[in-house]
Design a protein around this ligand. Structure first.
Ligand SMILES: Cc1ncc(COP(=O)(O)O)c(C=O)c1O
Length: 448
């Protein structure tokens, strides 16, 4: 055993195993007291702060192993966040670790093309037939921003339609949520987003065809962007025929259809949500699983459109670290594991998690939504079809549920408006551990 592996094993012995009760997180607390003075809210991305579930400080992670997270105080948790989606193989999958180490030994970035990028691009195009050509970038936000620029250039129009509760990264013009109701002109969703940046964004309610038809008639729309399965308001599937209408009506209106598959891509099926629903968009945005836990994302589509991107065409977009060898190696190694058996197993694990949470909730007002690889227990008496429904959930009870789960060694997404991410590292025992903790956590949440 090498020095590093031994040190890790020794540390492991000192760790608490199994669910922790009345969690002592003094280590996390002490790190956080330093962090808040150095980083806004102590974190580098807001949802990590855990304020949405009523915790004063987040849990600081020491490392991940398969389906588990281990915190700085030595507690082990079944991880249902999986880095918010990228870790479809779980933490520190040996093939991914090896691929990244091998790549690092040959240099971390060249600022010049590599054959590995070409192989990864070919693999993506094989999996997603609507993507004939793609550009690798570093984050989903960057991919969305670039796809919107391309759509505007290709159509010569400005207006973008998005859906309330859909998240496409922190792109100025898409950080807009005018709430539900009929088509409304976008209002800035954050200070710092100018009225000018928001004015070309129209926000519509998800799953409602009439406002969509009205917007496409009233405005010269460049593109409609959506998560084909909404996952940033919790998991909300498109209703029967909704994506077909999106496809048909955008085409008729001369607008492009952009599917943001940052969450659903390579997860809900080999070809993403567009394969699951047999609807082909003009442009697809990818991220998360594509990078296997390293910063990698992409946008792609038909050759005719993508050839507008520089240097083949005139739409400028660039990146110092785009397609860097470590991220490409992690992504390639991850996709290599995702064959038909893997998707079948992911589907079964998801169904088991969803039904176990349903059983644990019993007759309480909880609706568990799921698609392969994603689950959301909505604290709602009725099924959720849009952002208005998700917003009506009992957020206090969801918070109490999550806090009680953490006390019992389960790490859930710290927001009702996020999906639980299933990985291939999870197994029946992890789900059983989750189900018995959830039975107690529902009791705690509904006792209040
Ligand atoms: C659907 C969707 N699109 C885009 C993004 C932005 O990706 P990134 O965080 O890599 O910028 C996210 C992030 O969660 C997402 O869920």
């Amino acid at each position: 055993m090498g020095g590093q592996a031994r040190r890790r094993a020794e540390r492991s012995e000192a760790l608490t195993t199994g669910p922790a009760s009345g969690l002592d997180t003094r280590g996390s607390e002490s790190i956080h007291s330093r962090a808040v003075g150095l980083m806004p809210g102590g974190v580098n991305s807001p949802v990590r702060a855990m304020g949405a579930i009523g915790r004063e400080h987040p849990i600081y992670i020491e490392r991940g192993e398969g389906f588990e997270l281990i915190d700085v105080d030595g507690h082990r948790y079944v991880d249902w966040v999986c880095s918010w989606g990228p870790l479809i193989l779980g933490h520190a999958h040996p093939r991914v670790v090896d691929a990244v180490s091998d790549a690092a030994e040959r240099g971390t970035s060249y600022g010049a093309p590599t054959e590995a990028e070409v192989e990864l691009a070919a693999d993506v195009c094989r999996r997603i037939p609507s993507v004939e050509m793609l550009r690798l970038v570093n984050s989903g936000t960057e991919a969305t921003m670039s796809a919107v620029r391309l759509a505007r250039a290709a159509t010569g129009r400005d207006v973008i339609v998005k859906f309330a509760g859909g998240y496409h990264g922190h792109v100025d013009g898409l950080l807009v949520d005018a709430g539900s109701g009929l088509a409304t002109q976008g209002l800035p969703g954050s200070p710092g987003v100018t009225t000018a940046a928001a004015k070309d964004t129209i926000v519509l309610p998800w799953n409602r065809p009439e406002p969509l038809a009205a917007a496409l008639e009233s405005y010269e729309v460049a593109a409609v962007i959506c998560e084909p399965i909404a996952a940033n308001m919790g998991v909300v599937e498109p209703e029967e025929g909704f994506l077909d209408r999106l496809r048909e009506w955008t085409r008729a209106a001369g607008a492009l259809l952009i599917f943001d598959e940052v969450i659903t891509g390579f997860r809900v099926s080999r070809g993403g949500a567009q394969a699951a629903y047999a609807v082909e968009p003009d442009l697809t945005i990818m991220g998360k699983v594509l990078g296997g836990g390293l910063p990698l994302a992409a946008y792609g589509g038909r050759r005719r459109l993508m050839e507008r991107v520089a240097p083949a065409g005139d739409v400028y977009q660039a990146g110092t670290l785009s397609g860097n060898p470590l991220a490409v190696a992690a992504g390639t190694a991850t996709l290599a594991e995702l064959d038909a058996d893997a998707y079948e197993r992911l589907r079964k694990l998801t169904t088991l998690l969803a039904s176990s949470l349903r059983d644990a909730a019993g007759s309480r007002p909880v609706h568990v939504a799921s698609v392969p690889g994603l689950v959301t227990p909505f604290f709602s008496g009725a099924p959720v079809h849009d952002f208005a429904g998700a917003s009506d959930c009992d957020l206090d009870r969801y918070g109490a549920f999550c806090r009680a789960l953490l006390d019992r060694g389960i790490y859930p997404p710290a927001s009702q408006f996020e999906a639980w991410f299933v990985s291939l590292a999870h197994d029946e025992a992890a789900i059983e551990r989750t189900a018995s903790a959830a039975a107690e956590a529902f009791e705690v949440a509904f006792a209040a």
